[in-house]
Design a protein around this ligand. Structure first.
Ligand code: SF4
Length: 377
């Protein structure tokens, strides 16, 4: 298949749905006793709702939405730290647009900008680098945020800054990794997961083998998937086939994009610039060992935490989540967004209480966008 429309072919989707239904019956999946499949990535959550797959699929299949939205898992304290830096008169703080409306404990970046902080939206860390070249008298900080998908581009910007000897560019590094939170979820005795839809974009960078432990140590199938409706349906079918055959393996449905061993150039840039933090705090999941990256000492001059004595290099503030916010439970698959008491009441896209309502990959945003006020009722 060459065109996106072919991956949205209704006849193909119907055929896959029929095969899924047949297998679901065969393994005894029912509405009361469903097979729980976690789609790790928020992009998949949005595709599932955009194409109505949750309604079309056999009632014995339940999608559990995972923690794969990097903006959503950021604790409020990290947003506060961004604002603390942005409020310094010498700083130009740069960020992807996705993070602008995420609430901190008092303000979002958008509100801080309205209050006078010099916060600018960029499309790439290279835009931030260009700002640093053009403003030698200012300190340009880039909000490095995201899973392995965006980690390499931040690394390349740091390498470029080092080559040019730029001294007024730094990165507030909040890059995180996918396998560690999945391990944390699997170690949680209350999680009832039967299989996983693996992230497509992250796997383009890291390949499929970092997930081997999920099949080998926990006996759960994982299928790396694309983002079109037939990609997702085929991936569910592949997970169910493994369950029906009593096996667990890591399989690659998205082979047209995801190389088995990942992207060598990206992996080399990651290895050169970052090292693992001993642990990193996730919203809703707490501290997870080795789940975050920090900038290696060789590139310390580009580490905003070191430069401004903030975050893990400073005195970290204890910041509670907003009262009544169920973001943690939603992000770990324990609660559906519509079950959050704030959904559509204290929390809407216009007045968000949690990041999941404003991020383009947030589960609450997906429910709102494709179910909206109806779901709130
Ligand atoms: S509705 Fe708002 S408060 Fe509730 S889980 Fe979603 S983002 Fe968090």
């Amino acid at each position: 298949m060459k065109f996106a429309s072919e991956f949205r072919d209704p006849a193909l989707a119907k055929g896959l749905l029929a095969e899924i239904a047949k297998l679901a019956e065969q393994i005894g999946a029912t509405r009361e006793k469903p097979v729980h499949i976690m789609e790790i990535c928020g992009g998949h959550t949005h595709s599932i709702f955009r194409y109505g797959l949750d309604k079309l699929i056999h009632e014995g299949i339940e999608f559990i939405h995972g923690p794969g939205c990097p903006v959503c898992v950021l604790p409020r304290a990290r947003v506060d730290e961004c604002i603390e830096m942005a409020e310094r008169p010498e700083v130009i703080f740069t960020t992807f647009g996705d993070a602008m409306r995420v609430p901190g404990s008092k303000l979002s970046l958008l509100q801080a900008k309205a209050a006078g902080a010099d916060i600018r939206m960029v499309y790439s860390p290279l835009d931030a680098l260009e700002l640093a070249r053009r403003n030698p008298g200012r300190e340009v900080v880039f909000f490095g945020l995201g899973f392995e998908t965006t980690t390499p581009s931040t690394a390349l910007a740091i390498q470029q800054a080092a080559r040019e000897g730029l001294t007024n560019f730094s990165v507030f590094c909040n890059h995180i990794t996918v396998p560690e939170p999945i391990k944390a979820l699997l170690d949680d005795p209350y999680m009832m997961l039967d299989g996983f839809i693996g992230p497509g974009h992250v796997s383009m960078v890291i390949g499929i083998h970092p997930y081997d432990f999920i099949a080998q140590d926990y006996g759960k199938p994982l299928v790396v998937a694309g983002f079109e409706p037939t990609d997702l349906l085929q991936s569910v079918l592949m997970v169910l086939r493994q369950i029906a055959e009593g096996r667990a393996a890591v399989e690659n449905q998205y082979a047209r994009v995801v190389p088995e061993h990942g992207n060598k150039v990206s992996l080399a840039a990651i290895a050169d610039v970052y090292e693992r933090r001993p642990s990193f705090e996730w919203r809703g999941l707490g501290e997870i060992d080795a789940s975050g990256l920090r900038i290696r000492p060789a590139y310390r001059a580009y580490d905003a935490e070191e430069k401004f004595g903030i975050g893990y290099a400073g005195k970290r503030a204890e910041v509670e989540e907003a009262e009544g916010c169920a973001c943690g439970a939603v992000m770990t698959g324990r609660m559906k967004p519509v079950a959050c008491p704030q959904f559509g009441k204290g929390c809407t896209p216009e007045m968000p209480l949690g990041a999941l309502m404003v991020s383009s990959e947030g589960a609450c945003a997906a429910y709102w966008q494709y179910g909206g006020a109806r779901a709130a009722e």
